[in-house]
Design a binder for this molecule. Structure first.
Ligand code: DGT
Ligand code: CA
Length: 585
């Protein structure tokens, strides 16, 4: 898709989100219509920009209002309705709307009472004024106070979830990369390290001709204001309130600049100490001899690490948690790459209420990725609205078996994503669960229980003989909902004992298990699975983020079951199930 198209979809998505806020209704018909239209427009043949309003309306699922907005976007570069909503709901208000337990209706009440951001809400809670408002009480006051604390809004009021920032950064990098004379454009900073939230986007461009890059940067359509500008560095604030810093460097200094602007700061400081011990200095321009100023290395990060006697350290590991010492000692785990993943084991189709792609499309797109095996795992029936009945799953199983012939190089597994109930129970019955080739089990409800209860819940699921992997272990939605609290060591021990794998969920709003949990698992023989959790066939490509999350957690590739060849993988599934069934009887 062209950058213009991507921009249009991003604006329509934002329009859908703001419409939900504006109407105070999470099921807003109009918001759904926008979302649906995006899917249809994405798969429309030909150039959208060249289509008339009438032609757009002729597309399935694209109504009159949406068609007019698409035309408006291509003609004027903006969507008036969106501008109005943005004005009404500035980023501070949108952030407020993301507090767990604060639906669009309560948000409307807060706004009426003059509360427009998290700071205002906190003040009202501290003054015990919230409980006086209609629809709120002492309990909700307390719950919201806890939500603010748990999301750490106090200290990180302005941090943005990675899922919001990354698509913006990718688009900017693509646009700047297309400017004539640009040899490289990439994002650095906390985003490149795959932190869950970021304060600002740091972009680096290598070229000998900075002017056209700077010019382009300041005139991008997403720019709201330009707080600072210079010859080789500028900052902008996007229309969604994100700050972006751009640095232009000479191609010969790209490695040093990447290292410097990727950070983390603590990692950089340690590297600089290593340089000083050798009589060198390290800065954003290069690794230099302290006396003569001669360049020792500057072109690539690899050269600089090598000169310092270190193996290359992947960006997600650069947090000063022992990676430099481990690299010097040759003890750093090899970085797991996306290419090593031979299969995907958590994939939804439109059988799930929240799935968007047909089974056929999903298989075709997975085959394009050269997967050797693939598990289709739609939602178990206990999940409200989105769950799938036993009958429909059996139909799907038969369909999948038929489709196997069309994909001789990809072994198809019929799986399911079971819901872990409040007491650790699972969907359907034991006999039916046993008929699946592959079972994911995950928490989708009851996030507020005590850590003891959550631990018992997870342990019950881990020990259930049908469960192969625990999906998105904590259930967190970054920036929106904290994960469940549980005894990490007890859960990891049980996973190691039973052989039940722990998922590394690649969805950017999740990145779950967290890297902290993954690091804790290094002491135990836990098996992992990196999964896309795709709800649309486009999202099969998310595995790259899961691979980086595995790097961030120092996970050895050999512990990741879906790096294994098909035969080894299937033997593992079979043997473990057999062993556990024996234990059960
Ligand atoms: P953020 O923006 O808070 O999510 O996190 P970062 O890591 O992106 O931090 P940021 O944007 O302040 O700076 C980007 C990188 O630039 C940072 O990771 C390391 C480097 N950097 C910035 N300031 C300094 C500094 O004073 N000393 C050193 N050594 N490096 C710095
Ligand atoms: Ca940054």
């Amino acid at each position: 898709m062209s950058p213009r198209g991507e921009e249009l979809f991003s604006l329509l998505r934002e329009l859908a989100e703001l419409t939900v806020l504006d109407e105070g209704d999470p099921q807003s018909f109009r918001a759904r219509a926008y979302e649906n239209a995006i899917l249809q427009l994405k798969s429309a043949p030909g150039d959208l920009a060249a289509m008339s309003e009438k032609e757009l309306r002729a597309l399935d699922g694209v109504g009159k209002a949406t068609a007019a907005k698409v035309r408006e976007f291509f003609d004027t570069g903006r969507i008036e309705k969106l501008e109005k909503l943005r004005h009404e709901y500035p980023p501070e208000t949108q952030r407020l709307a993301k507090l767990p337990g604060l639906g669009p209706k309560s948000l409307a009440r807060l706004r009426k009472a003059g509360i427009h951001d998290v700071a205002g809400l906190r003040a009202a809670i501290e003054r015990r004024e919230l409980r006086a408002l209609e629809g709120f009480g002492a309990t909700s006051e307390e719950r919201l106070a806890r939500a603010i604390d748990r999301l750490d809004f106090r200290s990180k009021a302005d941090r943005v979830p990675i899922a919001e920032a990354l698509p913006v950064a990718q688009r900017l990098v693509e646009e700047l990369g297309a400017v004539p004379g640009v040899e490289a454009a990439l994002y650095c900073g906390s985003l490149r390290r795959l932190r869950t939230t970021i304060a600002d986007i740091d972009i680096l461009v290598a070229t000998t001709r900075p002017e056209p890059v700077m010019e382009r940067f300041r005139s991008l359509s997403a720019v709201r204001r330009v707080p600072s500008e210079g010859d080789t560095r500028s900052s902008i604030v996007t229309d969604r309130g994100l700050q972006v810093d751009l640095r232009v460097v000479a191609p010969g200094q790209l490695g040093a600049a990447m290292l410097y602007f990727t950070g983390s700061k603590a990692h950089n400081i340690k590297l600089r100490q290593l340089a000083i011990q050798r009589g060198w200095t390290l800065n954003e321009y290069g690794l230099l001899d302290a006396g003569s100023g001669a360049v020792i290395a500057s072109r690539s990060e690899e050269e600089i690490y090598a000169a310092l006697g270190l193996a290359f350290i992947p960006p997600p590991m650069r947090e000063d948690t022992g990676e430099i010492e481990a690299s010097a000692a040759g003890a750093l785990p090899a970085a797991l790459s996306e290419e090593q993943l031979r299969g995907d084991l958590h994939v939804h189709t439109d059988a799930s209420g929240d799935g968007r792609s047909s089974l056929e499309d999903t298989l075709r797109r997975a085959a394009e990725r050269s997967h050797a095996y693939l598990a289709i795992t739609d939602h178990g029936e206990d999940l409200a609205i989105n769950g799938v009945s036993r009958e429909r799953l059996l139909e799907q199983r038969a369909r999948l078996a038929r489709l196997q012939a069309e994909h001789p190089r990809m072994r198809l597994l019929h799986g399911v994503e079971l819901n872990i109930g409040p007491d650790g129970g699972l969907d359907y019955d034991e006999a039916f669960r046993d008929t699946f080739d592959w079972c994911v089990a995950a928490v989708h409800s009851h996030f507020d229980r005590s850590a003891d209860e959550q631990t018992r819940r997870l342990l019950a699921a881990i020990r259930d003989p049908c469960v192969d992997v625990i999906g998105h272990l904590s259930g967190r939605m970054i920036g929106r909902r904290p994960g469940i609290e549980f005894d990490v060591d007890a859960v990891l021990r049980a996973a190691a004992e039973t052989g039940t794998a722990i998922e590394i969920n690649s969805a950017l709003p999740r990145l779950d298990a967290s890297w902290e949990v993954l690091r804790r698992a290094r002491e135990l023989p836990v098996t992992f699975v990196v999964s896309s959790d795709a709800h649309h066939s486009d999202e099969l490509a998310r595995l790259r983020w899961g691979a980086k999350q595995a790097q961030r957690g120092w996970v050895d590739a050999d512990r990741v079951a879906n790096t294994w060849p098909e035969e080894r993988f299937l033997r593992w599934v079979r043997e473990r199930k057999a062993a556990r069934r024996e234990r059960r009887w």
